[in-house]
Write a protein that binds this ligand. Structure first.
Ligand code: CP3
Length: 321
């Protein structure tokens, strides 16, 4: 959850002269940035430094990542004709820097490396809205007003992300995470009708070609848990709006859970943070749990607080059920 990023003074220093895209396309620098929080925080996995919007470039779409805003497109996809701009590339040729970065990382890491992509829905939001959105007006208009167009767009994004995830696994990623940050805006029926079929296809296609666990993470998705559990993913990542205990009751035992500390707590007093971290651990009565933040760490967070938190989690014991 933004493991490498602006909370780190050394990352802020690099960002003075390099854009995120410049870092990602420079394998040595990207590996350095990916590695920097690993020893610093003593976390148990590394996540490839990149952004969900990056594979959209070799798929044919130009974008810019604006500071403090996120990915933005000058020409959003609003009509059927526009979908023709997108194609599924050979990612080995289109993103050679990813394979180079992953091989440097696999040589240096002693913890597993997580590759990732944006989920088709969240990517569709960026492509249709042209940037971050509050009400997803154009997305809703498309989904409900022209379901055929919506399906064509979701299908090409699904095929693209399937190829991109498989490419990362072939390069050496040992787990894959699908980020569906904006999907919580939908109700259960819309999720079932317009999102889940594509997600199921994405997960099954990746599973058919790569033997790595798949984590699906969404924000504000408490109401969707039973549906998400049907996707075929191995792990469900949660934000803090639903408790681990409740999720455990509602999700089948063969699916692991990940989460869900509110990153806002990292800005408050240690006692309160410790109490919440402990409460999460108290709700975990069996293996199959990954302690994590419920969403991205904010730039205002101090490195020391994160170090203290990982140490606290490592020192705690989870009672086997
Ligand atoms: O450590 C990691 O988590 C890996 C790197 C990573 C980034 N973005 C780097 C990044 C990952 C996994 C992402 C995923 C991502 N990007 C998501 C899904 C997860 C989530 O946070 O919900 C989304 C929605 C995006 C789109 C995006 N990119 C946003 C909303 C922003 C924030 C804009 C800002 O400046 O606050 C970005 C930019 C971005 N991607 C940053 C980082 C470290 C921060 C800005 C920068 O350093 O240039």
């Amino acid at each position: 959850m933004r493991q490498a990023g602006r909370y780190q003074p050394e990352y802020r220093e690099i960002k003075k002269t390099r854009r995120l895209v410049d870092i990602v396309m420079d394998p040595k620098l990207c590996a350095l940035v990916t590695l920097s929080p690993i020893d610093q925080l003593n976390v148990d996995a590394a996540i490839l430094f990149s952004d969900i919007i990056m594979p959209i470039a070799p798929m044919g779409i130009t974008f810019e990542i604006r500071d403090g805003i996120g990915p933005c497109l000058d020409n959003p996809i609003r009509e059927r004709e526009h979908v023709k701009r997108l194609s599924v590339p050979d990612f080995a040729a289109g993103m050679p820097y990813v394979s180079e970065t992953i091989s440097i990382l696999r040589n240096q890491l002693t913890v597993p490396l997580i590759g990732f992509c944006g989920a088709p829905f969240t990517l569709a939001c960026y492509l249709i809205e042209g940037g971050p959105s509050k009400h997803f007006t154009h997305v809703r208009r498309t989904m409900h007003g022209d379901p055929d167009f919506w399906n064509v767009l979701m299908e090409i994004l699904t095929a693209g992300m399937s190829a991109y995830l498989r490419f990362q696994a072939e390069c050496g990623a040992q787990a894959l995470q699908i980020f569906d940050s904006w999907v919580g805006t939908l109700g259960v029926d819309d999720y079932q009708d317009h999102v889940l079929p594509h997600l199921m296809r994405l997960v099954s296609e990746v599973n058919n070609h790569a033997d790595v666990p798949i984590i699906y993470f969404g924000v504000h998705t408490g109401h969707l848990l039973e549906k998400i559990a049907e996707s075929g993913c191995d792990v469900i990542g949660l934000d803090w709006r639903v408790s681990i205990a409740e999720a455990r009751r509602r999700v089948p035992a063969n699916i692991a859970l990940q989460g869900n500390l509110d990153p806002g707590l990292l800005l408050g007093p240690w006692d309160k943070l410790e109490q919440h971290a402990q409460s999460i651990l108290d709700q975990v009565a069996e293996p199959g749990f990954i302690f994590n933040l419920g969403h991205g760490v904010t730039p205002e967070t101090s490195v020391e607080t994160l170090q203290k938190l990982t140490q606290f989690v490592h020192n705690s014991t989870i009672s086997p059920s």
